[in-house]
Design a binder for this molecule. Structure first.
Ligand code: SF4
Ligand code: SF4
Length: 259
């Protein structure tokens, strides 16, 4: 029996809830796997060896760091789930603009907390990650596909095409042409574009598609009413460390990890 673990670091637990929302598919999977660690959903948990460990949340405390190091040591395959685990999440959007002390003072009015807090990091900034399933929350269909692939010894593969492809497939009228700010051209598809189909511009929750053209994206967002500063802030909400390459006024762009 394949042993699975599902753990949470710093985040809202929304991705773990999405896994529970898989309902019928989850019931079928339960016949093929043993979920030996899932504290959000069950009482009896063991933390020994895992074939696959799914990790939600960003590494934002020293406790998170110890947990994810231990998870890596105990797991053959480690999968980051959700945008916090994959990129650092919304809590990492100001990492390159302020020190940890400045952020703590702004949010809490002090720098000493009962937890030892660090700048929020993606799981891949701390340990090796085998696969990433981004999204806020992750797409539950992709979770089921990924587990099915892994159970059959197949590498999960989801092409990093832009969300615009999904609008074309669902015949959703382009919001950009209606003047609504939308990050679809630079955002990794796979969600089925639920936002644009409801008339809400893509907020970029799944991070970068392959070869994102941020110069053109900034121009389009500008044409749709956002100042360059606001457009950069909009693009950086969910991208975590990926957002470091997006700067106002075409300043030097970097594509590196680290807070
Ligand atoms: S609505 Fe957004 S995601 Fe859809 S085609 Fe237009 S720009 Fe692309
Ligand atoms: S359309 Fe954009 S914001 Fe909405 S779920 Fe997809 S990637 Fe996330």
């Amino acid at each position: 029996m394949v042993k699975i673990g599902i753990m949470g670091l710093t985040g809202c637990s929304g991705c773990q809830c999405e896994i529970l929302n898989c309902q019928d598919a989850l019931m079928k999977l339960l016949g093929m796997v043993e979920i030996s660690y899932f504290p959000l959903a069950q009482d009896n948990n063991t933390f020994e060896e895992f074939d696959v460990m799914f990790v939600e949340g960003s590494v934002t405390t020293e406790e998170d760091e110890a947990k994810v190091l231990k998870a890596r040591e105990k797991s053959k395959i480690l999968v980051a789930i959700g945008s916090c685990a994959c990129y650092g999440g919304v809590q990492a959007q100001k990492n390159d603009e302020a020190s940890l002390e400045e952020m703590l003072k702004t949010v809490y009015g002090r720098t000493e907390l009962f937890l030892k807090v660090t700048k929020p990091r993606a799981v891949s900034e701390v340990v090796d990650v085998d696969y990433e399933l981004p999204g806020c929350p992750l797409d539950k269909r992709q979770f089921v596909y990924a587990v099915s692939f892994l159970l059959n010894g197949v590498k999960p593969f989801f092409p990093k095409i832009p969300v615009c492809h999904e609008c074309k497939l669902s015949e959703t009228e382009c919001l950009t042409l209606k003047g609504i700010p939308c990050q679809g051209p630079v955002t990794y598809a796979g969600c089925g574009a639920p936002c644009t189909s409801q008339g809400v511009g893509c907020q970029g929750c799944r991070g970068n598609c392959d070869f994102p053209n941020f110069d053109e994206m900034l121009k389009i967002l500008n044409q749709n009413g956002l100042s360059e500063k606001d457009a950069v802030a909009f693009l950086k909400v969910f991208r975590g460390y990926q957002g470091k390459e997006i700067k106002v006024n075409g300043e030097e762009r970097r594509n590196e990890k680290g807070a």
